[in-house]
Design a protein around this ligand. Structure first.
Ligand code: ADP
Ligand code: MG
Length: 581
């Protein structure tokens, strides 16, 4: 629409210039001098160093032009990506400012629009009589001359600088030349400020993300303490329930106890999954992993979303699994579960009204393929190009934009490939391709049948009495003699005085910890096996036990049978081991 700032009752500046009252183009007495114009250009150059934000820079630019030419008003328009229109972002007009700022101009319309569309500077003198100029709604029709130059960048026109002179004066070609020079300078300044604005926004985004990551870290630390306590509680419940089942002959009671044990075990499995999730797994070596197990585990960790929450919201997700046989890949199982779970969560997000989630495996001899397919909102080609970029999200503050970045990183490290196919409204399919390994590459899980040594002399130490009682009773029931301690100091003392077949110790105890007990045991008798039972156990792999003195770890909660087997296995191994000294 408008290109002209129609006469707006703007008072004429004292240094009116740059225009002719009459037609012959002679410099009038009010014309700003060349020297003045040059100094204004120099001022504009200095704006490049200013730390102002974009809108302040734009305002300074229009004021400089107003002063440089001595005109009534200057307005700066920038093209907006969102609607493709030219928006007035700064003006030096004193009157009708709101009308000017609120009125967007289409490319091609009036002087502003035609200069933007053609990229060519232009003057319209006596604009009130010209059909090329368009009146801004809400501004009065008065004698006025206008001229405009485009603001350009490498991609084309980014905006327009429009100068307006009230009254009967005319603009000269020299005025337009000066404005062109100013326009060139302003183009660069606007471009740099706009880039700066984007970087500022990105920096803020990054800051938010770091804050979020820090919050997650603290939450993770708090959570591991909570896992420890819950494991202890569940351990005591499971142990008691198990033992009472052996001791009672009341069938009804037995059934209730078995039910209780089952529920506590389910709780324990949930805690274990959370513990696994909290670990980074960065330092784990890839090992043969079956894709169907990865799929089952990732569906399990996301169950709350596609089952519990969906039911609460009255949404139905149909989950389809199609596995074409035991496909084995080299990977770190929990990392692969993370990756597939991320794809599942994105698929569910894309189907807010419900839909079908299909997870399939396929492939040939040398490759394994896993696809996650949804019937959700899908993506445009532009979106597809951005999904793996860090921080790209369409979910607002709810999204982090990091899910797919992490997924791609995991897959890349395993020498796999990930790509996707999607259409708006047609759903999305993510496809991961791995090099396959032979199914028999998986290490055989042969469980040696433990021979049952009986009547062992055991030392048991745990600062938690609920655990201590249950474990002691279970080991005694198995026919062993158990010395029980509730602190590490007394346990270490006993180790130096007595002879034990196995030391069973908790890890996290005040003052003297399980690590201290293990070291003391090995110092006293290098062949004395040490079994650690701990709520933290899931966070230490057997491979990181090194020379800690610990021979094996059992994570709480555990079955009492597991405990007995471990104790007896260690006792047997130490008896058959070659003498160290
Ligand atoms: P976040 O989920 O936090 O947004 P992601 O990296 O996981 O971050 O995903 C980035 C973006 O990719 C999402 O915001 C969404 O726009 C798009 N996306 C990912 N998966 C799907 C999908 N299955 N269907 C539609 N859009 C998706
Ligand atoms: Mg995501």
């Amino acid at each position: 629409m408008t290109s002209m700032l129609a006469a707006q009752g703007i008072s004429r500046p004292t240094a009116t210039a740059g225009r002719n009252i009459a037609s012959p183009a002679t410099p009038g007495p009010g014309r700003t001098s060349d020297q003045h114009r040059l100094s204004v250009l120099l001022e504009a150059i200095e704006l490049r160093q200013s730390a102002d934000d974009l809108s302040a820079v734009l305002q300074k630019l229009v004021e400089l032009v107003t002063r440089g030419l001595g005109v009534s008003s200057v307005t700066l328009y920038l093209a907006a990506k969102e609607d493709g229109l030219l928006h007035a972002l700064a003006t030096s007009a004193q009157h009708h400012r709101d009308h000017i700022l609120e009125f967007p101009v289409e490319f091609g319309d009036g002087l502003t629009g035609s200069v933007a569309a053609s990229g060519r500077a232009r003057i319209i003198n006596h604009a009130e009589n010209s059909s090329d100029a368009v009146q801004i709604p809400g501004t009065p029709v008065e004698p006025e001359s206008v001229m405009a130059v485009p603001l350009m960048c490498a991609q084309g026109t980014t905006g327009v600088l429009l100068a307006s002179s009230e009254g009967y004066e005319e603009f000269l070609a020299t005025d337009l030349d000066w404005l062109k020079v100013f326009g060139c300078l302003a183009s660069g300044i606007v471009h740099e400020s706009a880039l700066q604005a984007v970087t500022d926004a990105e920096r803020q985004n990054l800051k938010d993300q770091l804050l979020h990551a820090e919050k997650m870290r603290v939450l993770g630390e708090m959570a591991s303490g909570v896992f420890h306590d819950i494991n202890n509680i569940l351990g005591a419940v499971i142990g008691r329930a198990e033992m009472m089942q052996y001791k009672t002959s009341d069938e009804e009671f037995k059934k209730a106890l078995a039910q209780m044990e089952k529920i506590a075990l389910q709780g324990a499995a949930t805690v274990k999954r959370l513990q696994e999730f909290a670990k980074s797994h960065q330092d784990q070596e890839p090992a043969p992993t079956t894709l169907s197990q990865v799929i089952e585990d990732s569906l399990e960790v996301t169950r709350h979303r596609w089952e519990t929450q969906a039911q609460q919201k009255g949404i139905i997700y149909k989950i389809v699994r199609n596995s074409d046989g035991p496909r084995v890949v080299r990977g770190v199982h929990p990392q692969l579960v993370d990756a597939v779970a991320n794809l599942i969560l994105n698929a569910l997000d894309a189907m807010p009204q419900g839909g079908t989630l299909k997870i399939e495996t396929s492939g040939e001899a040398s490759t394994c393929v896993l696809t996650v397919c949804d019937t959700g909102v899908g993506m445009s080609a532009e979106q597809i190009g951005k999904v793996f970029s860090p921080f790209f999200t369409t979910k607002g503050p709810r999204g982090t934009g990091l899910g797919l970045t992490v997924v791609r990183d995991i897959i890349k490290r395993l020498e796999g490939k990930i790509d996707l196919a999607s259409q708006p409204g047609e759903g999305t399919t993510f496809r991961i391709e791995f090099p396959s390994v032979p199914a028999d590459g998986a290490p055989a899980q042969v469980q040696a049948e433990p021979e049952q040594p009986c009547g062992l002399r055991l030392l048991l130490v745990d600062d938690d009495h609920t655990i201590l009682d249950v474990v002691a009773e279970a080991l005694q029931d198995a026919g062993h003699k158990v010395d029980v301690f509730d602190n590490g100091g007394d346990a270490v003392d006993a180790i130096t005085r007595n002879t034990y077949d196995v030391v069973v110790t908790d890890l996290g105890m005040p003052d003297v910890t399980g690590w201290d007990v293990a070291r003391a045991a090995k110092l006293h008798e290098p062949r004395l096996p040490v079994l650690v039972i701990s709520g933290w156990g899931a966070q230490y792999g057997d491979d990181c036990l090194g020379d800690t003195g610990v021979d094996a770890m059992l994570a709480k909660p555990f079955h009492l049978q597991q405990l007995r087997e471990n104790v007896e296995r260690l006792a047997k191994a130490s008896r058959t081991a070659p003498q160290a000294r």
